[in-house]
Design a protein around this ligand. Structure first.
Ligand code: BGC
Length: 741
C-alpha cells in the first residue's frame, strides 16, 4: 500500500483550519450580543442595557474631568488610574497623552461590563496646529478649506486619545461686547449654518467609526449669543419669531448634516433656563429634528439652575434637567448624586433613564469605542503631513484676513520702501496670535509678526522694532522709542489689538474701542508723518472711529493661529492677495450696538438716526478690499417671474480688471419686499468664492429654489412661502422678480 503523505498533510491542515473557524465562530456566538461587532447597534445597546444595574446606568449619564488642568475639582489622574472601578460615562480630558488615556480606558474596559469612556475636549479652532478663530474663518468664505482644517483638527485630536469635541459653536451673536462672539461665524444666519455644517463634516468625516473621525457637539443651544448687554451667562430675551427665523436655523441645518450631539446653553431664555427647556430640547431637538445622539449640559449647568432661580437644590435641578432632555451631566455630579433617589421616589421612570443611557451608548457604539476602545499611541505625523497641515492653517489665516483700508500703500512698494518700523504691543507677541480656546497649541510654535517679517523680508528691507506701549494701562514711556523708530523708517507697521484672553468665555468688554493707550500710540506715531499700516489682532469687531483717520491702510488679521504671522507678512509684501470679507459689522462706536446688516426695515427710512454720530457702521457686513479690482456686470435672471415649484437662475459676470490674480466672493442677498411677518432689509442666501485671473471674467450663478431661498419660518417653525416681489442683490447690483401662484 502506498501512503500519500501529501494528502495526509492536506487533510491535517484542512482539519485544523476547520477547527479554528469553528472555535472563532462559536466564540463570536458565545459573546454577549453587545460585544458582537456583527450585530446591529440597536440590538447591541438593548442587550447592554438589559445587563446594566441602575448604578451603572446612572454613571453613564455623568461626566468628570481629568488630566493636566489644575482646577481643584479635577479628578486627579493618579486617583482615576488607581481606581479599580472607573465606570464614569465620560471624561473631559485635559491632556494630549494617548498612553495615559489608554491606561484610563483599560480600567474601564476591565470593569464588569467593560463600557468604554467617552473622552471629550474643546477643540475650537485646531488642537495643536491652530487655525484662525471661527469669527475669522467666516470672513474667508472658503467652506471647503475650513472643512479640511476641521478634518486636520479631528486627526490631531483623535491621535491624542480624544473622540469628541465641543464644537462648532452656532450662537449667532450681534453684540460684539460678548467675548464669545469670537467663537461663532459672525452675525449672519446663513453663514453660521454653512460653516457649522462644514465643521460637522470635517470632524465627523465619512463615518464616526473611521480612524481620525471625532464626534461634533453643537453648542450652546440656544440664544446664548444674545446675552444681555454682552455680559456672559446672563438672561436672553428672544421672541419665538426671532428664535425660529434666526437663532435655531444653524442648529437645525447642522443636525440635518449629521451632527451627533448637542450642548444645552447656560442662558436663561425668556424665563426658562435652557438646561430646563423641555420644549426646545425634547420636542424640537430630539423629536422634531431627530438628533441621533445625546444632549449634554454645559459645565455645571445643571447645578446652576439653582443660581438662575429655577430650583431650590441639586435634587430638583437633576429632576428638571433630566426631564427636560439633558442626557449627560457635565462635571457637577448632580445626576450621579441625585438620580437614584429620584428613581426610588418614582419621580423618574427607569424607561426615562434607559432612553438617556441609550443615546449615550449609541454615540459610543457609533464611534466604534466598544470594538476599538484604545487610541493609537506614538503616531507622529511625518514631515509632509505636518507641512500640509501648516499650509492649510496658513492659507485659512490668509483668506480670513480683511483689508479694511488701503490708500495705495499696500502691498509694500519695495522700490521706494527700504526701512520699516514695526511698532506696537502685538508686534513681538506670539501667545495672543492664538486667541482663546487654544487647545494644546503652544506659544513656542507660533511666530510673531516681527519675526515673520524679518524672516520673509530681511533681504529686501531693514526692519526695526519698538513696542511703544502695552495692550492697556497708562505707561507711555515707550512712546519716545516708537516715535524715533518711525522717524528713521519709510513706513510704519503698527500692530495693535486685544490679548487672547480678552475674548472667549467670560471675557466681555463694555466698549469695543481699543484701550486708550493703544489709540494714543498710533496718534503719537502719526506725528512722524510716515505712512502707517495698521495691523489689527482681535477676537471681536472693534470700533475704530478714533484711529481710522491715522492709518493709511488697515489689515484686520483677527487671531490667526499658529501660522498667522506668515500670512500677515505675505499679504503686506504682496505675495498673497487679501480676499476676506467681513462676516460681522464693524460699528463706528460701541454706542451703535446692536448693529447688523439684516435688520428689519424701519417706519421712517431716512429719520430716527443718531444726532451725534452717523447711523452707518464704519465697515459693513460683507466689506473687504483686494489688491485686484473687480467689476460687476448687471444681474441676469432666467425669468422675471417664477412659480413656487420652479427654479430661477441668477447670473452675474465679474471681471478682474487689474493685473493681479485674485479671489472674489459673491454674496447673494434676497429681499422679500412685502411679507405678512416682516422680513429683514436683506438676507444672505448664498455665496461663492472663485479665483479670477487678471483681466479675466468669471460667471457666478445662484440657482434659486423658492422653498429653500425665498421662504421664512413663522413663530412655530412652519415654513411660509408667499407670492410677491423679491429683489436679488450682489455687490450693489440688483434685479427684481415675482413669485407667482
Ligand atoms: C463652556 C463650553 C465648553 C465647556 C467645556 C464651558 O464653560 O461654556 O463652551 O465646551 O465649558 O469646557
Amino acid at each position: 500500500m502506498i501512503f500519500n503523505w501529501g494528502y495526509k498533510v492536506k487533510y491535517f491542515f484542512t482539519g485544523i483550519l476547520f477547527m479554528c473557524c469553528y472555535i472563532i465562530t462559536t466564540a463570536q456566538s458565545n459573546l454577549p450580543i453587545y460585544k458582537n461587532i456583527k450585530i446591529n447597534i440597536e440590538d447591541r445597546i438593548k442587550d447592554l442595557l438589559s445587563r446594566m444595574t441602575i448604578q451603572e446606568k446612572i454613571l453613564q449619564t455623568s461626566q468628570s474631568y481629568v488630566g493636566n488642568n489644575d482646577n481643584p475639582n479635577n479628578i486627579n489622574k493618579e486617583e482615576i488610574l488607581s481606581n479599580t472601578n472607573p465606570q464614569i460615562g465620560s471624561l473631559i480630558y485635559y491632556s494630549d497623552d494617548a498612553k495615559m488615556r489608554n491606561a484610563i480606558q483599560t480600567k474601564a474596559m476591565n470593569t464588569r461590563l467593560g463600557i468604554p469612556i467617552l473622552f471629550g475636549f474643546d477643540v475650537i479652532h485646531g488642537f495643536k496646529n491652530l487655525y484662525p478663530i471661527p469669527l475669522a474663518v467666516g470672513c474667508s468664505w472658503n467652506v471647503n478649506l475650513y472643512e479640511q482644517a476641521c478634518m486636520m483638527a479631528a486627526k490631531e485630536t483623535y491621535l491624542a486619545g480624544i473622540n469628541w469635541t465641543f464644537s462648532p459653536m452656532l450662537d449667532i451673536s450681534r453684540d460684539p461686547r460678548w467675548g464669545r462672539v469670537s467663537e461663532c461665524y459672525g452675525e449672519d444666519v446663513y453663514t453660521n449654518a454653512v460653516f457649522g455644517v462644514a465643521a460637522v463634516k470635517g470632524y465627523q468625516g465619512n463615518g464616526l467609526s473611521n480612524p481620525y473621525s471625532i464626534a461634533a457637539c453643537l453648542k450652546h443651544f440656544v440664544g446664548y449669543g444674545l446675552s444681555e448687554g454682552g455680559r456672559d451667562y446672563t438672561y436672553t430675551e428672544i421672541s419665538n419669531q426671532t428664535l425660529w427665523d434666526t437663532y435655531l436655523i444653524p442648529y437645525q441645518q447642522a443636525i440635518n448634516a449629521g451632527a451627533i450631539t448637542l450642548m444645552a446653553g447656560f442662558n436663561n431664555l425668556n424665563g426658562i433656563p435652557m438646561i430646563a427647556n423641555h420644549f426646545l430640547l425634547t420636542d424640537i431637538v430630539k423629536k422634531r429634528w431627530q438628533l441621533p445622539g445625546f444632549i449634554v449640559s454645559d459645565w455645571n449647568g445643571v447645578h446652576q439652575l439653582i443660581e438662575q432661580g429655577n430650583v431650590l437644590n441639586n435634587k430638583e435641578a437633576a429632576l428638571k434637567a433630566f426631564k427636560s432632555g439633558v442626557d449627560l451631566d457635565m462635571t457637577d455630579d448632580v445626576y450621579k448624586d441625585n438620580l437614584l433617589p429620584l428613581l426610588n421616589e418614582d419621580k423618574i421612570r427607569i424607561t426615562e433613564l434607559d432612553s438617556a443611557v441609550y443615546r449615550i451608548l449609541k454615540v459610543k457604539f457609533m464611534l466604534g469605542l466598544f470594538d476599538n476602545p484604545y487610541a493609537p499611541e506614538n503616531i507622529i505625523d511625518d514631515s509632509s503631513t505636518q507641512l500640509h497641515d501648516k499650509l492649510i492653517s496658513e492659507k485659512l489665516a490668509s483668506e480670513s484676513m480683511v483689508l479694511l483700508k488701503n490708500k495705495n500703500i499696500l502691498p509694500i512698494d519695495f522700490k521706494h520702501i527700504h526701512n520699516i518700523a514695526v511698532i506696537g504691543p502685538m508686534s513681538m507677541d506670539s501667545l495672543d496670535l492664538m486667541g482663546s480656546w487654544i487647545g494644546r497649541g503652544k506659544e513656542i510654535d507660533v511666530t510673531s509678526v516681527y519675526t515673520a517679517l524679518k524672516r520673509k523680508l530681511n533681504n529686501v528691507i531693514n526692519i526695526s522694532f519698538a513696542k511703544g506701549a502695552d495692550f492697556d494701562g497708562t505707561d507711555t514711556t515707550g512712546f519716545e522709542d516708537a516715535y524715533k523708530a518711525a522717524m528713521t523708517a519709510d513706513l510704519c507697521i503698527i500692530c495693535l489689538g486685544e490679548k487672547g484672553i480678552w475674548s472667549g468665555e467670560n471675557a466681555s468688554r463694555s466698549s469695543i474701542e481699543l484701550p486708550y493707550i493703544q489709540e494714543q500710540l498710533i496718534k503719537m506715531v502719526s506725528k512722524a508723518k510716515k505712512p502707517i499700516v495698521l495691523v489689527l489682532f482681535n477676537g471681536r469687531p472693534l470700533a475704530l472711529k478714533n484711529i481710522e483717520p491715522y492709518a493709511d491702510a488697515i489689515l484686520e488679521s483677527w487671531q490667526p493661529g499658529t501660522m498667522g504671522a506668515f500670512a500677515v507678512a505675505d499679504i503686506l509684501s504682496g505675495k498673497s492677495n487679501p480676499s476676506g470679507k467681513l462676516d460681522i459689522t464693524f460699528p463706528l462706536t460701541s454706542g451703535q450696538i446692536p448693529i447688523y446688516y439684516s435688520m428689519r426695515p424701519k417706519a421712517r427710512p431716512s429719520s430716527g438716526n443718531y444726532q451725534d454720530i452717523s447711523t452707518q457702521p464704519l465697515y459693513p457686513f460683507g466689506y473687504g478690499l483686494s489688491y485686484s479690482k473687480f467689476a460687476y456686470d448687471s444681474i441676469k435672471l432666467s425669468s422675471s417671474h417664477i412659480k413656487k415649484e420652479e427654479h430661477l437662475i441668477a447670473r452675474i459676470n465679474v471681471q478682474n480688471i487689474s493685473d493681479k490674480d485674485g479671489l472674489e466672493t459673491v454674496l447673494w442677498y434676497i429681499t422679500d419686499k412685502t411679507a405678512s411677518i416682516t422680513r429683514p432689509i436683506k438676507e444672505l442666501r448664498f455665496f461663492e468664492k472663485k479665483e479670477i485671473k487678471k483681466n479675466n471674467t468669471k460667471t457666478f450663478i445662484f440657482d434659486i429654489d423658492p422653498l429653500r431661498d425665498l421662504s421664512y419660518p413663522d413663530a412655530d417653525g412652519n415654513k411660509i412661502l408667499e407670492p410677491g416681489e423679491f429683489i436679488i442683490e450682489a455687490n450693489g447690483q440688483k434685479a427684481s422678480f415675482d413669485l407667482i401662484e
